[in-house]
Design a protein around this ligand. Sequence first.
Ligand code: SAM
Length: 316
Amino acid sequence: SHSFSDDYSVQKTNDDATHCKAAAVQLGYYKDEFLNRFITEDVIRRDPEINIGYWARVASISTAVDRFVLRHQGKCQIISLGCGFDTLYWRQKAAGKHVQKFVEVDFSSVTARKIKHIMKPGQPNLVEYFTEKPKDRQHADLHAGDYHLVGADIRQWNELETKLEACGIDANLPTLFLAECVFPYISVDATDKLLKELAEMFQCAVFLNYEQINVTDRFGKIMEENLEHRNVQLPGFAACVNEDTHIERFVRNGWKEVKVFDMNEVYNSVLNGETTRIEKIEKLDEMLLVRQLLLHYALVMAINDRRPTASAEEGN
Ligand code: SAM
């Protein structure tokens, strides 16, 4: 089994995620004209259920982000923790969806590499999407108007807080936090600390956490072994996360409202309009493995709104 105790192997998980997403994009599961800018090696073909899993992951997160942005009419911020080479900022901008600030955070070694890809010549030009020319560019931090990419260890609150301040984050503006397959690499104590500090600092926040769930049961173990054979890395820490654990983690750190949706549920509801097209791409006739895989991932949504006018606004 895998060990993620050293930061280097954790950072490598981003390369795997990026490549899996690229494989799904290449087959037409979803469109992402920006992802290729972050890839330098050949993209290996994956099994259909892996492709569907990645499509469901990207589609459900962007749907949730869209709703948040629409609801606040862009007068909001997005902070992506453990962003890796994610292209959400560019996909949103290309679709005409703007927010006041989009901040991405990862280890410095990852953000430094991401900055190199952003700045290198080629099409599409990623820099053109920023509202300002990149300035104060250190090797691991990029500030460019509405877009910020900063290097920080999210287990170190002081470091993270300083970096968020350098981005000009407004703690009174509605803020969406994203953690896509990131918490499994962070200890329970460090996750607690992070969630607690964020809940205290931000007046109105939504946390979207995509990660594994229900992996202790027998099917979970089978899936895990199955996936391991296919070179899909599964994080070690997540082994005992069930729905209650997901909820408690947020609640005990000051988040008021927590909802957990397993991805099978999301597939059948939120993503329902596209599943017919998706299942045709590789002519999947056996859905069991897909169902099993989806069942072991969840979209967790936590809300914390301490604005004095929050309830009045809800009524409008
Ligand atoms: N969120 C991206 C996605 O879904 O495509 C990347 C996911 S990748 C599985 C996990 C990411 O979390 C990696 O980029 C890794 O470097 C980052 N990460 C893990 N621990 C971190 C930490 N303590 N501080 C900052 N980033 C971290």
